[in-house]
Design a protein around this ligand. Structure first.
Ligand code: DQA
Length: 150
């Protein structure tokens, strides 16, 4: 059984659908989990999709992915801009990492322009709403199977 792609979602993302929909869109996190699973299947991948408001829980899942996962797609929410601990956990995981945001953080407040995660990620996807989850899975598929990427 191939290892899953861990798709980890940080604080406040459980409110998607009702939280500032003009910024984050109208799809719920459950909708996003389903579209991720469907897209992953079309790429021959599986997912382990999680959300937590707690930094330590996100770190525990990153540690789990270190043994049990093939890669990590992480929307760390506001922890992106604050958490050295999450960046350290990602470095320790030694897996492909994609940083993801629904909104275009560079078009927003200056405090959202800095990421502790970007330096330890293979790449960053932001500004495409829920579509970003599909883009991230496609990018992860190409990272994991470079010979089959087009
Ligand atoms: C976010 C962007 C972050 O700046 C913000 O704190 C979030 C969501 C996004 O997906 O656009 O909670 O990660």
């Amino acid at each position: 059984m191939a290892k899953p792609i861990y798709i980890l979602n940080g604080p406040n993302l459980n409110l998607l659908g009702t939280r500032e929909p003009e910024i984050y869109g109208s799809q719920t996190l459950d909708d996003i989990a389903k579209l991720s699973e469907t897209h992953a299947q079309s790429l021959g991948l599986s997912t382990a999709f999680h959300q937590s408001n707690a930094e330590g829980q996100l770190i525990d899942w990153i540690h789990q992915a270190r043994n049990d996962g093939a890669g990590i797609i992480l929307n760390a929410g506001a922890y992106t801009h604050t958490s050295i601990a999450i960046a350290d956990a990602l470095s320790a995981a030694e897996l492909p990492v994609i940083e993801l945001h629904l909104s275009n953080v560079f078009a927003r407040e200056p405090f959202r322009h800095h990421s502790y995660i970007a330096p330890v990620a293979n790449g960053v996807i932001c500004g495409f709403g829920a579509t970003g989850y599909r883009l991230a899975l496609s990018a992860m598929s190409d990272i994991l199977n470079p010979q089959s990427s087009s």
